[in-house]
Structures are given as C-alpha cells and as structure tokens.
Design a protein around this ligand. Structure first.
Ligand SMILES: Nc1ncnc2c1ncn2[C@@H]1O[C@H](COP(=O)(O)OP(=O)(O)O)[C@@H](O)[C@H]1O
Ligand SMILES: [Mg+2]
Length: 375
C-alpha cells in the first residue's frame, strides 16, 4: 500500500528540461495512468518515481517520505516493462522467484510465494516451463508475476502490453484490471494508448511535452476535456474540430458562425467570449446525427443546431456501429457515428446535424470554455 506524491518535479537531460514542474498525488490503492504521445515524458516520470532516474528539482514522496535518498531497491516498488527480460535458461518459477533468491529468502518461502502468484495469474501449469516455450501474453504475465512475488507497495508499469497483438491486449487489459482489484495495490501505468488508460485507470494524467494537461477520471476527461489537446487525444475516433467565430452572446446562449458560414447557437460558457473572437468548436462523432435516413422522417429538430452537408468518403463498419468519414461541401472533414446497419454507402450525400448542447468550445490558446454544468 502506498501513496506516491510528486511536488514540482522537474527533469533536465544535459541542459534540456523535459519535465516542467509536475505536482501530483497518487492515492493508496489507486490505478493511475500516465498517458500521452511518445516523447512527452511518461517513462522519465515513472523512472524518477522508481529511483532509476535522478530528480533534477522537486520531490518524490512515497508514503509521505521523501524518496531522494532511498535507493530503488528500498522503495518497495516493482517495475514491469514492455520488454519482459526473462532469463531464458530459468523456468517460469525460477524467474519469478529470482529477486527473492537474491534477497536471501529461504527456498520453501520462495516456492510458496511463487505458487500463490502462479495461482492468481492462472499459470500454475506453466511454472516449470522455460520462457522459450511461452507465448507473448504468457511471457508478460511472468514479468508481472515476477513483480508480484515481491509484494511491492506499488506497481509501476511502463507500456507492458505494447508488444502484444490487439486481441491479447484486450484480454490483458481485463486481467490487469482484475488483478488490480484483487491485489488492491497502487498501480501507476504508463501508456501512449488512450484506450488502455480509459479502460483500466481510476484516474488518468494526460501529459503533453512534459506538462500535465489534465488529471481526471476517464469519464471526466472524455466529457469535459480541459484543453484542445485532451479533447483530441482522448476518444477514438477523435473529436471533430471546426473553426467558429462568435457573433453575439446573451445570458444563456452564444451565437456562432462556422467557417462555412453556417450559424449555430450553443449554451453559454461561464466566461463569455467577445463577438469576433475565434474559437474551435469540438463535436464527438456520436453527437453528429444523420439528418435524414432513407425511409425515416427527419430527426427531431432543435433550432439551435447546425446541419452540414457532405459526401461519405469512407465507411467504417464496426458491427454494432459504423463511422461515416464525410467530406463537407467546404472541404472540412467530419466523422459521424451511426448505426451498424446503416443504409448509407460511400459516395452518398448526407446531412449531419451538430447537436449544439453536445459541443465543446476552445479558445485560441486551446483552453476549454467550461459550461456551468462542468465540474
Ligand atoms: N537518457 C536520456 N537522455 C536524454 N534525453 C532523454 C533521455 N531519456 C529521455 N529523454 C528525452 O526526454 C523526453 C521524454 O522521454 P520519455 O520519458 O522516454 O517519453 P515517453 O516515455 O513519454 O515516450 C524525450 O524528449 C526524450 O528524448
Ligand atoms: Mg516511454
């Protein structure tokens, strides 16, 4: 059990700063994900927590105690990497028990711990095999088991699923979530894959160029992205963005004109932008509705919504739903989600309704204009 706290943590390589002052408290038992594009500083941050990388400025505290002078082996943390780095000549059981052997734990106790972990990971039948006889998913489970036998205060995982194929990743996500519930241990999980963070984490830190963009639960980030960056990073397919200009504002609503001249009335943000101000309007694929489906009447009309016309360029069938990749008449491209059994085909002309109450607004600095309902 451990809390991990970062206080104004900075990291420089040579003279070049790559982590620009991060404050963060990871709660006991929490599954925290660090997510962001390659090179944003996720691994560096994790390695500073582990003690594998020196902290240039600021403090890392584990259970409230500054970790600065605590060597990695004494921090009570266990790391799992993308590469499993197992000893090929040792069995699974020997690999998992190796760190205990180094620590001088007697054989009977070691065997017992390995047996328990093998049972939790459902790999008892594999304990006498060598790594060469295992699949990628099994190898990664051994690497996790090797961390588990040490009964760490917290697990630090750096892109542990990146080497696995997609279906195995899906399975391992569920296993890791189950494992976290069973072990009830703090986990810090680094990934560039927003889906992994969204599906497993209690809270997610979105990092961009060595800074925290936003911290929140998966749904908070999805429903109330604080920045354009988070809005574009969390969710797949991505949120659509359109250029908009403020026409006028009253108490409750904001009148906008999109770059193609179409007008739209949206709920008023807490801070009213001024007329003439340029904004980005964001709308998720599931909040764009096909205006008229063949054989059906028009969708319910709200006078504030905007309807844009275009041609379907690509149609992605996912079974339960489909995505229409549409080129609008003004050449902007929008992705709309629709039913899996849609009658729409590539080349069809469609009209997409932007549901005004589901729009997001961002100012020129990329900051979201929060609405009153936003937490
Ligand atoms: N040992 C190092 N020496 C110099 N620069 C480094 C070193 N490790 C990482 N960096 C730089 O720090 C930044 C963050 O890297 P990293 O933490 O590995 O990113 P991520 O894990 O998010 O992909 C990158 O610009 C990377 O080039
Ligand atoms: Mg990395």
């Amino acid at each position: 059990m451990a809390t991990v706290e970062l206080r104004n943590v900075r990291k420089k390589f040579g003279g070049h700063e790559v982590i620009h002052g991060i404050d963060l408290l990871i709660e006991d038992h929490e599954f925290m994900a660090f997510v962001g594009p390659s090179g944003c500083g996720k691994s560096t941050l994790l390695r500073m927590i582990a003690g594998l990388e020196e902290v240039t400025e600021g403090d890392v505290l584990i259970d409230g105690v500054p970790a600065q002078d605590v060597p990695p082996s004494q921090r009570g943390l266990a790391m799992v990497f993308q590469s499993y780095a197992l000893y090929p000549h040792m069995t699974v059981a020997e690999n998992m028990g190796f760190s205990l052997r180094l620590a001088g734990v007697p054989k009977a106790e070691r065997d017992e711990k390995v047996r328990v972990v093998g049972r939790v990971l459902e790999m008892e039948a594999l304990l006498e095999r060598k790594p060469g006889q295992l699949s990628g998913g099994q190898l990664q489970r051994v690497a996790i088991g090797r961390a588990m036998v040490r009964q760490p205060k917290a697990f630090l995982l750096d892109e542990p699923l990146s080497n696995l194929d997609a279906s195995l990743q899906g399975q391992m996500r569920l296993e890791l979530a189950r494992l976290h519930r069973e072990l009830n241990t703090t986990m810090i999980y680094v990934t560039h894959d927003q889906l992994e963070a969204m599906t497993m984490a209690d809270r997610i830190v979105v990092l961009n160029q060595g800074k925290v963009e936003q911290l929140g639960s998966p749904l908070e980030l999805y429903q109330h992205p604080a920045t354009l960056f988070v809005a574009g990073f969390i969710g797949a397919p991505k949120m659509n963005f359109l250029d908009a200009v403020v026409q006028s504002a009253n108490n409750q609503t904001l009148r906008l004109t999109l770059s193609n001249g179409v007008g739209l009335v949206v709920p008023m943000p807490l801070e009213a932008p001024s007329p003439g101000e340029k904004l980005k309007l964001g709308i998720r694929p599931e909040h764009l509705t096909l205006e008229e489906l063949p054989g059906m009447g028009p969708a319910p009309v709200s006078p504030s919504d905007a309807v844009l016309q275009g041609e379907v360029e690509v149609l992605e069938h996912l079974g339960p739903r489909a995505y229409l990749h549409t080129r609008m008449v003004d050449e902007t491209r929008l992705v709309a989600q629709t039913d899996g059994d849609t009658q729409v085909r590539i080349g069809h002309q469609v009209a997409l309704r932007i549901r005004s109450e589901s729009t997001h607004l961002f100012n020129a600095l990329g900051k979201a204009l929060a609405r009153p309902s936003t937490p």
